[in-house]
Write a protein that binds this ligand. Structure first.
Ligand SMILES: C[S@@+](CC[C@H](N)C(=O)[O-])C[C@H]1O[C@@H](n2cnc3c(N)ncnc32)[C@H](O)[C@@H]1O
Length: 386
């Protein structure tokens, strides 16, 4: 496909997404209907689509419309290029630009930085001078990070195994088990290292949240919001640590037993009544449902779907979960709260509310990871009884 034909394909897929089809479904549907497209075409089109979804607001301004065509036109103009070179109408290229398709530069910081207006003051209150850098990082593609499963290989061995499949990865400073893929990221899922459970796809900050717990052999840990089990598997990679996983939607943990087997670790799934029987735990991790603002590079739809009401609902949910699970933590144990959010209302404010209601608890540690520092945005806080 020519570069211009790829742009037209992105326009069609974006129209499908704007009409309500989830991004992954729209991309696979297009690929199925377009057997002529090679893997390089599909990768380039996917990049166009996700770039436009991350920068939907500013591209719509530059392109003059929130349509597939408006966004791709905006993408070209925002880079300072002349759309006439791609929008030629020749072959499968988009039709030439019409005089009424004018567009304009963004009019506010929020529009320029692709943040909804209502959210911008909340981000500024949370991050101060760093909010612009964070918003700009959210406009770009996320790096591919791997967690080395230290139960199966050392970090160097994992790097060598990846290299045999043409994948270059380098150590990431955020966590000892973390690698950043610099070449061959699209080959990871097919690689021998991945299939043998030597590496897992996981952001470095997500790994660092688990590493911050400094788990020692003999401890019993409950991952209370386990979801697909990314953190449960990272917890279970620690030798001698007994890991239990729970989720309010057990279906989300469907793949966890298979993933644990591949990783060579044991994770015991618990439903709500099992928790009472197995408590107390030495560590309870609450990787809470959140806005996901720290991972909007990967899931840009979340940035546009979030509303003030939904954010309020999430903070209520976060507070409820924390107070519900506190009693399952044993004496001297840790209640660890985490979110992949950079918003203070989901992070420090949730902890402050908990500590106000429970003066018998105190915060012993907290840390934030910001999205422009090379990882997803994350927050964690360790609470313990006074
Ligand atoms: C951020 S995700 C967890 C991601 C997962 N820990 C990982 O590392 O892959 C939050 C999870 O919390 C679950 N959840 C939401 N409300 C809950 C509740 N009241 N109790 C337990 N889990 C809940 C959701 O189903 C979702 O799977």
């Amino acid at each position: 496909m020519t570069p211009a034909a790829r742009v037209q394909a992105a326009i069609d897929i974006l129209d499908d997404i704007l009409a309500g089809t989830p991004a992954e479904k729209a991309l696979t549907g297009w690929a199925r209907r377009s057997r002529f497209a090679g893997s390089k075409d599909r990768a380039a089109i996917r990049d166009h689509v996700f770039d436009a979804l991350r920068r939907k607001r500013s591209y719509a301004a530059w392109g003059g419309a929130e349509t597939g065509r408006g966004l791709m036109l905006g993408a070209v103009r925002a880079k300072g290029d002349d759309p006439a070179e791609l929008f030629t109408g020749q072959g499968h290229a988009p039709l030439p630009v019409q005089p009424q398709e004018t567009g304009r530069p963004p009019r506010s910081d929020a529009e320029r930085l692709d943040i909804p207006d209502w959210l911008w003051p909340i981000l500024v209150r949370s991050l101060g001078e760093e909010s612009e850098a964070a918003a700009m990082a959210l406009q770009r593609r996320a790096p591919v990070h791997l967690r080395v499963n230290i139960r199966k290989a050392t970090v160097s061995e994992a790097m060598e195994l990846l290299a045999e499949d043409g994948i270059t990865a380098q150590k990431h400073p955020a966590c000892e088990t973390a690698l950043e893929v610099t070449v061959g990221s699209r080959k990871v899922a097919q690689s021998a290292a991945y299939r043998a459970g030597v590496v897992e796809l996981q952001d470095a900050a997500s790994q660092a949240v688990v590493a911050a717990l400094k788990l020692r052999p003999g401890v019993r840990v409950l991952d209370y919001c386990a979801g697909g089990g990314g953190k449960a598997l990272a917890l279970a990679a620690h030798k001698g640590v007994e890991v239990f996983a729970h989720d309010v939607s057990p279906a989300r943990m469907r793949d966890l037993p298979g993933r644990a087997e591949r990783a060579g670790v044991k994770v015991t799934l618990l439903d709500s009544k099992d928790i009472a029987r197995e408590a107390p735990f030495d560590v309870v991790l609450v990787d809470a449902p959140c806005s996901g603002s720290g991972s909007w590079r990967r899931s840009p739809a979340g940035k546009w779907a979030l509303t003030a009401d939904r954010l309020e609902e999430l903070t209520q949910m976060q507070a409820d979960i924390l107070s519900r699970v506190a009693n399952t933590v044993g004496q001297g144990g840790i209640l660890a709260y985490a979110t992949c959010s950079m918003l203070d209302v989901e992070n420090s404010a949730v902890i402050d509310t908990f500590l106000r209601k429970r003066p018998d608890w105190m915060e012993k540690y907290h840390k934030s990871w910001l999205v422009f520092q090379g990882t997803d945005g994350f927050f964690t806080s360790h609470l313990t009884r006074v």
